[in-house]
Design a protein around this ligand. Sequence first.
Ligand SMILES: Nc1ncnc2c1ncn2[C@@H]1O[C@H](COP(=O)(O)OP(=O)(O)OP(=O)(O)O)[C@@H](O)[C@H]1O
Length: 342
Amino acid sequence: MSKLQIQQLACQYQGKPILAGLDLMLQENEILALLGPSGCGKTTLLRAIAGLLPVTEGHIVLDGEILSSAQTLLPTEQRGIGVIFQDYALFPHLTVAENVAFGLRHWDKGEARARVAEMMALVKLDGLEDRYIHQLSGGQQQRVAIARALAYKPRLLLLDEPFSNIDSQVRGELMLEIRQILRSQGISAIFVTHAKEEAFAFADRMAILHDGKVAQAGPAEALYYRPANRFVADFLGGGNYLDATVASPNEVHTPLGAIQSASELRYPPKYEGTLLLRPQQLAIEPDNDGSGVVTERRFAGTYCDYEVKVGPVALSVRSGHTGLALGQRVAVAALPHALVLF
Ligand SMILES: Nc1ncnc2c1ncn2[C@@H]1O[C@H](COP(=O)(O)OP(=O)(O)OP(=O)(O)O)[C@@H](O)[C@H]1O
């Protein structure tokens, strides 16, 4: 059974639909990233899961229990869901230890004290128990927020842009560390982010929101290399789009010539579509008789990003050949892979 199941969810603000027909699933101990352009409804979905917003259609089920439906709205405090907001929402008038203990007010005093100590060690804040929040760095404040949310053993953790206030130099390390903490505690989590790099680094799976529903969900590699539509393809990174006509179950014809697919295409012969080729799925070789010419180059250390013109078609190509000069003629070929056609 999945941990969280969201089916055909609809939510609105003042009668204006924000989410509609949204399906999403989360497995036990899984970390899922919610990605999408600004205003697509990521925070709205977190609020609905947390019980801060009623739903007008569909349902949200956690551990087999209906939390929200058109008829049900289990109060936030009865959901067993921890929420970490972008600004952490820590209490400035309480010490670090008091913040962490906040959700344990109904626990036995000794047990609460032991749990706070355990959480302080887990997030590596031992020794800072008596500090106030303004005496901590951004990263330390985030650790307090994590400790406070995990202290009362939530069934699910929701994080809204948890890394946006963290210095980019320490962000990568902190993400890895928090990922390990969630893993070690067997926590299932959903986090919202704008940045696909964060989703790639932090999540097991990602869900991309568009037009109030999930455009596609799955592991990063699947979404990047097998996007369901052009929106997902564009959102996850640059690509070349070529007119293509299906010639056989394993071949398309394009302005670059015939290109073979490593797996069978889902479209019938003569289908006219658009072929996606990521810059690293094209190979270029210096060749004075080649059909392409290098028109731009951006050196990036171990690889170089080129723009290559083949007749009227401009292609982005990422190549390990880092020394090709502007004006160099090149042969262009698609590397063998399962083609993506829309
Ligand atoms: N309290 C509110 N009342 C009315 N409309 C709202 C409210 N909160 C959000 N909205 C609208 O709902 C839509 C979705 O907002 P939401 O905050 O969920 O988007 P988001 O994907 O989290 O965006 P961002 O990435 O910019 O944070 C937006 O059009 C927003 O203007």
